[in-house]
Ligand binder design. Sequence first.
Ligand code: SF4
Ligand code: SF4
Length: 463
Amino acid sequence: MERKDFHHALTILTDVCIGCSHCMRVCPTEALRVRNGKAVLYENRCIDCGECFKVCPVRAIIIEQDDLRQIFDYKHRVALIPSVFFGQFSDKVTPAAVHDSLIEIGFTDVFEVENSAEMLSHAINRYIASPTAVKPVISSFCPAVVRLIQVKFPALVDNIMLLKPPLDISAVYYRKRLVDAGAKPEEIGIFYITPCAAKIAAIKSPVGEDSSEITGVINMDTMYNQVLKNIRHKSNDSQSATQPFIKGKSLMWSLTNGESGHINGNCLAIDGIDSAIEFLEKLEGEEVTDIDFLEIRSCDEGCAGGVLSYGNRFLTVERMRKRSKQMGTTQTAPISGPGTDMWDLYPYLLQRIPLVEPIKPRNMVKLDEDMAKAMKKMERVQRYMCFLPGIDCGVCGAPTCRALAEDIVQGKAAISDCVFLQKNMEHSRKLHPDHSYRIMERIWGKDRLQKDCNKLQNRNLES
Ligand code: SF4
Ligand code: SF4
């Protein structure tokens, strides 16, 4: 798949948006504004964490996916599934039944992403031991965290581990396996079933890579419904044709502590976007020492809390724990089949595990291309901050006073958008009340002001 710069998986349906600003208030990178009564995305700030998607009360934010029918463009149709997918289903639905359903839906091959976890942990331990590794090494597993560091903590980009996550390694492996068995590269379609928006963005515009090995992405909630429907229509005595190979410990990789549990040295696992930001601030301020490896996940409980997960994250984790124990002790791995020859291909895969390019910071507030002009604009931002009230009320349609000041110097907003300054200007007769009413209409939309008046009237008449 070809690289697209700053691809975003989230789309705002303007017709559906009611301009409630819930999304703007939770966005960790101040990537949303309200203009004309609708949410507007500043693409260079967005890290595809999905926090806005979670809080939208009217489902005006959607996460794009590829059309499932696209799989039939390929002779070899590989479903690459994160093992957290198994945890979506009740204990009665076995991983083998999930495999079978995916085959019946139309895939020709099914492979769990975390099959490459064991091999990757070997490579990570070598990476951390290398004298050139910048400590603490931060895992590259969660693409929302990688993007968060790029836009908000540029001083820490060198700490990000320059190794691919299991998803990419498993895709490289499976493609190689099929080609070695005689498949033509153009006949192979690898489709990832994703628990989150960030992985879609990472596949469509990879960081540190020219292109992705993944052909398409299907959202996990969509696939969950398809698989469940298929399982319900099956007769009870149907036999499992496929056998998952994954080992119990690898199954837990995408959950909190799942990755750090494989790594030597002092490791720390952090989950949830707010905790991630809090910790990265400490790291940037050099308050954290003596840590070798940091596993940071944007979602609570790791991928079990992904925004495209169907199941409750705590139940998902519990089911996966049980399955991990069962798989680790009772399941006998097949002697041959997908995954069993992975270590034979280690030299081949080892060459492909490092990222091809270093990870670079991504400036989310580029005030100007010209450095001298950018410095001047930064001084203006500071000056505006002296006038703005500093209470981040959001009535101006920006999430914070600083975000408004940055918008003003970039010509995207006006100082009179601040409701406090409006009142001051009205008081000193520098702004006519009609003008200040029009400013509010520009931010919150005509309908919003009209509708609220009508609603209020109706309520008053009823009482
Ligand atoms: S996906 Fe995350 S970063 Fe992007 S707009 Fe939504 S909350 Fe903000
Ligand atoms: S949460 Fe954001 S996208 Fe959803 S309705 Fe409110 S303003 Fe619009």
